[in-house]
Design a protein around this ligand. Structure first.
Ligand code: PHE
Length: 348
């Protein structure tokens, strides 16, 4: 008992004399005296060895000891923050804080959302489908049977070789027409959808081509849908997208899934039609393919071509973004260079 009291006394002297020049030293003090394996706990543990008649007196001594350690710790902590020692490395709360960087949307997403919003105002709903497709939805249903030479228009990544596996061919979709096929499969006309999404083609990556890119395709099937509707819809789209001054022209073209087919050009926004490298000095840039849905495609989905007609179109989001924001290299879109991406902050 005597011995214990002496020990406490010497600890008290130690505590009174203790100093701390920084937060770490104050913490070391706390651990030594007040931690779960600290001296105060250990001394408290001695209580059980104290004879009953002395317990009350000893309890008071212990409490005072504990209080002393706690008060000292509070004091050390405070001094550590404001002390004058050169060793201190306290936090300087007067320094300006670190900027919290705000992220922003990717340019392709910004343009995708704009396209979706413009067609949304015309009553087009968004439809989505899988990026890994079967041969039928990507090609067959779109009037591109096996061995059709037009398959060469879209170099394809095949996932399996049906000749080897004996099953159906799986591939990475080459256009979002596959989503149109899935919509026609499930829904009866009237159909009015746009299909935004990523597509893949087996291309060598360069400033002008990439092995994946993004499309928005559209499909409108109803009674009395005409080529005039197609023209007016697409004209409305480019005016909303690029402004009222933009001119359009349609050139006859070929797609197996539309007849007649046309590609649409807009007047070059960079040189205003005078001729520049972007428009290859023609004053015009191609932005989409379109046409009246081929009767064979309608027949593939049991849609009566005598009652219903429709138009379809497809455009690359990269191309629209290039014209809108003057991006001259396709690779920039997927390099994740923050200096490129930051230029689009503020846009929604
Ligand atoms: N699917 C075509 C392509 O990816 C684009 C297109 C869609 C053309 C609809 C005409 C009609 O090249």
């Amino acid at each position: 008992m005597e011995e214990l009291l002496q020990k406490i006394e010497s600890y008290q002297l130690e505590i009174t004399a203790a100093t701390a020049v920084n937060a770490e030293e104050a913490e070391a003090f706390r651990i030594k005296y007040l931690g779960t394996k600290g001296i105060v706990k250990a001394v408290m543990g001695e209580m059980k060895n104290v004879p009953n008649e002395k317990k009350k007196e000893f309890g008071l001594t212990l409490n005072a000891f504990k209080q002393l350690a706690e008060e000292k710790y509070e004091q050390l902590k405070q001094n550590a923050g404001t002390g004058s020692s050169t060793k201190k490395e306290a936090i300087d709360f007067s320094l300006p804080g670190d900027d919290i960087q705000l992220g922003n949307r990717h340019p392709l997403n910004i343009v995708r959302n704009q396209i979706v919003s413009i067609f949304g105002r015309l009553g087009f709903a968004v439809a989505e489908g899988p990026e890994i497709e079967d041969d039928w939805h990507n090609f067959g249903a779109m009037n591109l049977p096996e061995d059709h030479p037009a398959r060469d228009m879209q170099d394809t990544f095949y996932i399996n070789d049906p000749a080897v596996t004996g099953g159906a061919a799986w591939l990475l979709r080459t256009h979002t027409s596959s989503v149109q096929a899935r919509v026609m499969e499930k829904q009866k006309p009237p159909i009015r959808v746009i299909c935004p999404g990523r597509v893949y083609r087996n291309e060598t990556i360069s400033a002008r081509a990439h092995c994946f890119f993004h499309q928005v395709e559209g499909l409108y099937i109803d009674k009395n849908v005409s080529f005039a509707d197609l023209k007016q819809t697409l004209y409305f789209f480019v005016q909303e997208m690029f402004g009222k001054d933009v001119k359009v022209r349609f050139r006859p073209s070929y797609f197996p899934f539309t007849e007649p087919s046309a590609e649409m050009d807009i007047s070059c926004l960079i040189c205003k039609g005078d001729g520049c490298p972007v428009c290859k000095h023609t004053g015009w840039v191609e932005i989409l393919g379109s046409g009246m849905v081929h009767p064979k495609v309608l027949a593939n989905f049991n849609i009566d071509a005598d009652t219903f007609t429709g138009f379809a179109f497809g455009m690359g989001i990269e191309r629209i973004t290039q014209l809108k924001y003057r991006v001259n290299d396709l690779r920039l879109y997927s390099q994740n260079d923050i200096r490129f991406l930051k230029q689009f902050s503020g846009a929604l």
